[in-house]
Design a protein around this ligand. Structure first.
Ligand code: AMP
Ligand code: ZN
Length: 293
């Protein structure tokens, strides 16, 4: 067999923030999936598997481009003609035919796992809360690549679409539950009000408003020596998605909340705490990961 070097930890690919996941690391990701499934077993979540691309129109409609144009990865396609293809200039060279004829397409790379859920519920009237569990490979064009800051990473989310009261109660309960879970996993967790990295001149105002209304809470844990990162966030979007996509709950635009887990970051945190061989982790930690051994 060809030796790929260290085969328990993610392998670099020559570009920042994109890694290959070998079996030892993937086993930890699987444990996390079963751990979240056990946490979520008290509610009937519909499980959806989400592709790594989403309609550009949906993302534009949701306001993502105004807020985070710098993070969004777009999907382009070659729009040239066969005759243009035959030009002498090397195709794959800056200014060459293949570069020159790139056109933005109808898809973008998915920046967060929950967006497709809101678009799928468009124009629906909900008689009871919609509960969805989603996992997706997400992409964000991150400027830096400190430990745990990837460009391609997996996000597992529990989503509730309901009335304002239901969403706020749900998020508070889940936040408390997840904080307790991380403690059981042996992680030194802190829970903090947070904001998103808005772009543009209005960013300070948006961030202050988000913090003041406590729309985002982050659960932060150590990932490596000297590095603490958010491994999960608990978000309340008010009626933003309900209004945008015409979803109704309780006679008014639906509200939405999500709890998002970053699988690679959580795996890194657990490996940092308990070692890279998950078969040797303490029994109570494995039990908190859904009892899988
Ligand atoms: P957010 O929507 O920014 O709250 O992201 C939800 C979770 O996804 C975060 O708490 C992280 O665990 C994870 N996450 C977000 N951005 C990245 C990234 N660039 N690399 C790895 N994980 C990330
Ligand atoms: Zn979300």
């Amino acid at each position: 067999m060809v030796n790929l070097g260290e085969t328990d930890l993610p392998l670099g690919t020559g570009v920042p923030g994109v890694y290959l996941s070998p079996p030892g690391f993937e086993r930890v990701i699987d444990l996390l999936r079963s751990g979240v499934a056990a946490l979520a077993a008290d509610e009937p979540f519909q499980r959806l598997v989400i592709p790594p691309v989403i309609s550009r129109q949906t993302i534009e409609r949701a306001g993502y481009v105004q807020a985070f144009p710098n993070l969004l990865g777009t999907v382009h396609g070659y729009g040239g003609t066969p005759s243009g293809w035959a030009r002498l200039k090397p195709l794959v060279e800056e200014g060459g035919e293949w570069y020159a004829q790139q056109q933005i397409g109808d898809l973008v790379l998915l920046p967060a796992a929950c967006y497709p859920v809101y678009a799928t519920l468009a124009d629906r009237t909900l008689d009871e809360p919609a509960k969805v569990s989603v996992e997706a490979s997400c992409f964000r064009q991150e400027a830096t690549s400190e430990p745990g800051r990837l460009r391609s990473f997996r996000m597992l989310e529990l989503v509730t679409v309901a009335t304002d009261e239901d969403c706020l109660k749900w998020r508070a309960a889940r936040l408390e539950q997840v904080e307790g879970w991380f403690t059981e996993l042996g992680l030194a967790v802190s829970v903090e009000v947070a904001d998103d990295p808005f772009f543009g001149p209005g960013r300070k105002v948006y961030q202050a408003a988000q913090r003041m209304q406590e729309l985002k809470w982050e659960l932060r844990v150590p990932l490596a020596d000297g590095t603490v990162q958010a491994v999960a966030s608990a978000n309340y979007h008010k009626e933003h998605f309900g209004e945008t996509f015409g979803i109704t709950a309780g006679g008014a635009p639906a509200h939405t909340s999500c709890v998002a887990f970053g699988l690679e970051r959580l795996a890194m945190a657990l490996i940092n705490r308990h070692g890279k061989d998950s078969t040797r982790w303490p029994g109570d930690v494995l039990a908190a990961l859904g009892g899988a051994r």
